[in-house]
Ligand binder design. Sequence first.
Ligand code: SAH
Length: 353
Amino acid sequence: MDRAEILGWLRETDPARLEDLFRRADAARRKAVGDEVHLRGLLEISNHCVRACAYCGIRAPRKGLSRYRMSAGEILEGAIRAAALGFGTVVLQAGEDPDLARNFVADAVRAVKRETDLAVTLSLGERDEGDLQAWREAGADRYLLRFETSDAALYGRLHPGRGGAPGSPEDRMAILRTLKSLGYEAGSGVLLGLPGQTWESLAGDLEVFRDLDLDMIGVGPYVPDPATPLWREAAARPPEGPGADPETDAFKMVALSRLACPESNIPATTALATVGGEAARLSALARGANVVMPNLTPPRYRRLYRIYPGKFAPDLSDDALLAGLQRSVESMGRRIGRGPGGRVGDRATSSLP
Ligand code: SAH
């Protein structure tokens, strides 16, 4: 698909034509990664953050939010719960928190690998190569780092660097390349509906997904947070362009991501479930997605990992969580994936038949 065709689909508003795109994406998903829906248990292990991303509710300058960091024991307990639920992967995510020290994280990864068969995904922000290498050696399988937008001017406005100068999407793309060279499966993605974002920038994002040959791609609607500087701009955003219809636009991006990168693992994101509920999550699974990331963060921490308001994170018993997922997945004629559910074709981590 060339850029003109991608742009044509992004701008498409005719529901019948869009159904055609969604059907093509669903067929591509079935052919490349099959009918399994992989479950990744999400543990939000710290809401401390040194960055000041303009959209994010746990940014460093945010006042009035209690900050927490989970203990090694709590992390292991969460991973054991994910394994007991039959999930194949645990995702350890946090703000960019230097006090999650190299050795602490490495020990946590080793403990999870020793006590469970889970694949371990880390999502801890922009860390140096020494950290990434140590965690890979400890057994981490995957790393998630969204580049958020490939539009350099927009990225720079939203992401002050650690020194204060504007950041560049290249900062994160370089880390993604390092991750691949260290043998990680690399995941990335973007926000959809940022003030100032254009269809052209989203088309550029899709080209970057393909060029980086990403193993995982997550696209979620931007949810404005009144506790952040971007809130005012979002409120003044004109009612057209990307994000005006966050659900449909997210479905377009999921479908186009699947067509651009047929073998990638693509989640139905939590942000999409936040704007469209469980129904939107299921629709995404029917339009190219093949992964769901249920939140397993202990409730007392979960409400503090407040990257945006109203985050979809129901606190369910293990039985209710599993029954709900099973019902949804089976109602679509799909099944819950067993094993780690790595990128297809990668025998080291792909799921068992
Ligand atoms: N510190 C890690 C994890 C960040 S939270 C990192 O920087 O990679 C994970 C994702 O949440 C981010 O990558 C961002 O895309 C998303 N996010 C942050 N604020 C958001 C908002 N207001 N609305 C929707 N998604 C948001």
